[in-house]
Design a protein around this ligand. Structure first.
Ligand SMILES: [Zn+2]
Length: 343
């Protein structure tokens, strides 16, 4: 087993059996299946860091689209709001620059369209990065240094590994990013961007750290998003600033859910009828958030769950992600495995 596979192993085992089994259920029952992607990167191999399992290489994305088209009906995104439309839909979260420059051209080569979920405050440049990316980039920039972190109340510094060329170093690094993320969840931190500001102050770091990896860490421009619309893709709100909705006050939830819809509609001149909740698990989305989405006038909203909630079916729609399968042989092994399972 390669080093890279080892690092991703835990996610793979979990997602094979949820994602692919849903694809096959969708095929078997002619049901709906909504797949979520994030970043498609023009690299031959992904870095070994635990960047929350949201990246895939361009080659893998291309192969997955070929696979989906061969085995399923991938529907035009305009059909998504029709609850009776059966088939596979593609959605893309976060609105990073690669969505326009790498992902969309591959979609168009396959004659496919997708729903892009974007955060208007990020596009407007109010914040430099989504908070999880920001934490990752700060630690990455601090390679070889000692850093003070809230996970031990800033008492003792942690040493960030220097060159990250060994599996041990990568594990130490990934462990730090995971512990920071866990801290945010355990403390229900609503003001997570100020939390990052505090970490920067304690370490004498500049808050506006700008990554040179624009495709992965910069957001699409409004012009690029407008072009996606012209090419037949659709746009959803992904909230203003990608915070964890459950942790927010009523007013903050209103800002994230209602204002993002208005901002997108004003900028793009089209109705925004779909919300994609950030994170999207049941632990991150509470009933108040779903109620506000209904009051805001969203027609449909997507989580990352296997089943909708009966009381708010349209606003708790399920989605799933595919694992970053790295070669055709691996893909076909899984496919035949599932064919076996479902016969
Ligand atoms: Zn997201």
């Amino acid at each position: 087993m390669s080093f890279k596979h080892f690092v991703r192993d835990s996610w793979l085992t979990a997602s094979y059996y949820t994602g692919l089994s849903q694809v096959y259920n969708a095929l078997a029952g002619q049901k709906r299946g909504v797949i979520s992607y994030h970043n498609v990167l023009p690299v031959s191999e992904l870095p070994p860091f635990d960047t929350y399992n949201v990246d895939v290489t361009a080659a893998v994305f291309d192969k997955q689209l070929t696979f989906l088209k061969k085995h399923f009906r991938v529907l035009p995104i305009q059909e998504l709001e029709n609850p009776n439309a059966k088939g596979i839909f593609l959605t893309v979260d976060d609105g990073m620059r690669n969505n326009y420059e790498i992902l969309a051209p591959i979609l168009e080569q396959h004659d496919l369209t997708a729903l892009f979920a974007v955060c208007p405050a990020m596009i407007d440049g109010q914040l430099p990065h989504i908070w999880r990316d920001h934490l990752f980039l700060l630690l990455y920039a601090a390679r070889g240094k000692e850093v003070f972190l809230p996970i031990n109340d800033y008492l003792e510094p942690f040493r960030v590994p220097t060159d990250l060329s060994t599996i041990q170093d990568v594990q130490v690094f990934n462990n730090l990013t995971r512990r920071l993320k866990k801290y945010v969840y355990e403390h229900w931190i609503s003001d997570v961007y100020n939390f990052i500001r505090e970490i920067c102050e304690k370490n004498d770091w500049s808050y506006r750290l700008i990554s040179e990896d624009a495709l992965r860490y910069h957001f699409m421009t409004w012009e690029q998003i407008q072009k996606l619309v012209q090419h037949g893709h659709q746009i959803a709100s992904h909230t203003m600033t990608h915070r964890i909705l459950r942790f927010l006050s009523e007013g903050e939830k209103q800002y994230e859910i209602v204002e993002s819809k208005k901002r997108l509609e004003n900028q793009l001149g089209i109705p925004i009828e779909i919300l994609v909740y950030p994170y999207g698990g049941r632990s991150e989305i509470d009933t108040a958030s779903v109620r506000i989405a209904a009051q805001a006038g969203y027609q449909m909203a997507f989580m990352n769950v296997r089943r909708d909630s009966l009381s708010h079916r349209n606003l708790t729609q399920p989605r799933f992600a595919l694992p970053p399968i790295t070669d055709a042989a691996h893909l076909h092994a899984i496919v035949s495995g599932y064919k076996f399972l479902f016969r």
